[in-house]
Design a protein around this ligand. Structure first.
Ligand code: ADP
Length: 280
C-alpha cells in the first residue's frame, strides 16, 4: 500500500475537522477525495504530506511517517508558489537541484505539460492555466511514487484542464499513486479508481464510481420513440421490473424507437442523496 490511513482525527482547537477517516491507496491507483468546502480535504492532505500531525490515528505513506519521505512525493496545491521572476525551465531546474537530481531534463517535462514553446519565458507572463501546468511539472520533477493534487484543474480553461487530466492518467500508468481532491464530478468520475465522499470531516461513502452509481442510481431505461404525429416522446422503463421485457416488446411493436439509453445517477446526485447538500 502506498498510503495507509487508519482512523485519522484532526482538531483545530475544539473543531473536529477530520473525524475518524480511513482509506488506502495502492500503486497505480487514483483516489478521488470529494467534498464541499470545509469538509476536511485540505486538512487530510496536510496530514498526508507531513505538514501537520494527526491528533490520533495511524498514517503511513510509502511505509513511513509522511514527513520522512518528502523526497519521494509530489505535491501540487491550488496556491501557486512558483518563482515568478524565473523562466519555466529555471523553476524546474531549481527544484531538481533541491532534490539533488543530477541528470535532469526540464525540456522533457515541460514538453509533456504542453509548455515546450514557453520554456524560456518568465513565469510572471503566464496565465493561470500555464502556471498550473508548470506546478504539475514541478510536482513531477522527482518522479514521485505518490502524487498529491489539490483541486488541480480548479478555474482552468478546458484545454489546460484536459492537459492536466492527461498527465494524471500518464502518471497513474507509470505506477504512481495519486490522491486527488476535487469538487469537479466529471473529473472525479473519469480519473478515479475509488472515490471517498467526505462531509463535516466524516467519510460518507467509499467505493468505485461504478459501484456507487449502481447502488444509488435509479435503474431506469429511457426510450425515445417517434409518435404518429412526428413528435418525439421519452418513455421511462424501470429495469428491475419483471414486465420490462414485455413492455419493451410492446414499444418496439407499436412505435418507431429512435434510441435507448440507461439513466445513471451522477456522483453529484449521489452526494446530495447521502449528505443533503450539493458539491458543485
Ligand atoms: P476543505 O479543504 O474540504 O475545504 P478544510 O480541511 O480546509 O476543508 O477545513 C475543514 C474544517 O476545518 C473547516 O470547518 C474549516 O473551517 C476548519 N479549518 C481549516 N483550517 C483551519 C485553521 N487553520 N484553523 C481553524 N480552523 C480551520
Amino acid at each position: 500500500m502506498k498510503i495507509q490511513a487508519d482512523n485519522l482525527v484532526f482538531k483545530y482547537g475544539d473543531l473536529l475537522a477530520v473525524d475518524d477517516v480511513s482509506f488506502t491507496v495502492k500503486p497505480g491507483e487514483v483516489l478521488g477525495f470529494l467534498g464541499p468546502n470545509g469538509a476536511g480535504k485540505s486538512t487530510t492532505i496536510k496530514m498526508l504530506t507531513g505538514q501537520i500531525k494527526p491528533y490520533s490515528g495511524h498514517l503511513q505513506v510509502l511505509g513511513s511517517e509522511p514527513y520522512r519521505i518528502k523526497q519521494h512525493i509530489g505535491v501540487c496545491f491550488e496556491r501557486t508558489n512558483l518563482y515568478e521572476h524565473m523562466t519555466a525551465r529555471e523553476n524546474l531546474n531549481f527544484f531538481a537541484k533541491l532534490f539533488s537530481i543530477k541528470k535532469f531534463r526540464a525540456e522533457h517535462l515541460l514538453t509533456r505539460v504542453g509548455l515546450g514553446d514557453r520554456m524560456d519565458d518568465k513565469v510572471s507572463k503566464f496565465s493561470k492555466g500555464l502556471k498550473q501546468r508548470l506546478m504539475i511539472a514541478r510536482a513531477l520533477v522527482n518522479s514521485p511514487s505518490v502524487l498529491f493534487l489539490d483541486e488541480p484543474t480548479d478555474g482552468l480553461d478546458p484545454l489546460s484542464s484536459e492537459a492536466v487530466r492527461k498527465i494524471i492518467l500518464e502518471e497513474k500508468e507509470r505506477g504512481a499513486s495519486i490522491f486527488l481532491t476535487t469538487h469537479n464530478m466529471f473529473e472525479a468520475e473519469t480519473l478515479s479508481d475509488n472515490v471517498v465522499f467526505i462531509n463535516d470531516g466524516k467519510i460518507l461513502l467509499y467505493d468505485t464510481p461504478l459501484n456507487l452509481k449502481l447502488q444509488y442510481g435509479s435503474k431506469m431505461m429511457l426510450v425515445d420513440v417517434e409518435k404518429k404525429n412526428g413528435e418525439t416522446e421519452q418513455l421511462e422503463i424501470p429495469l428491475d421490473n419483471p414486465d420490462t421485457g414485455l413492455q419493451l416488446k410492446e414499444i418496439f411493436d407499436s412505435s418507431n424507437v429512435l434510441r435507448i439509453h440507461s439513466r445513471e445517477a451522477s456522483l453529484n446526485d449521489i452526494f446530495i442523496k447521502v449528505s443533503g447538500r450539493g458539491l458543485e
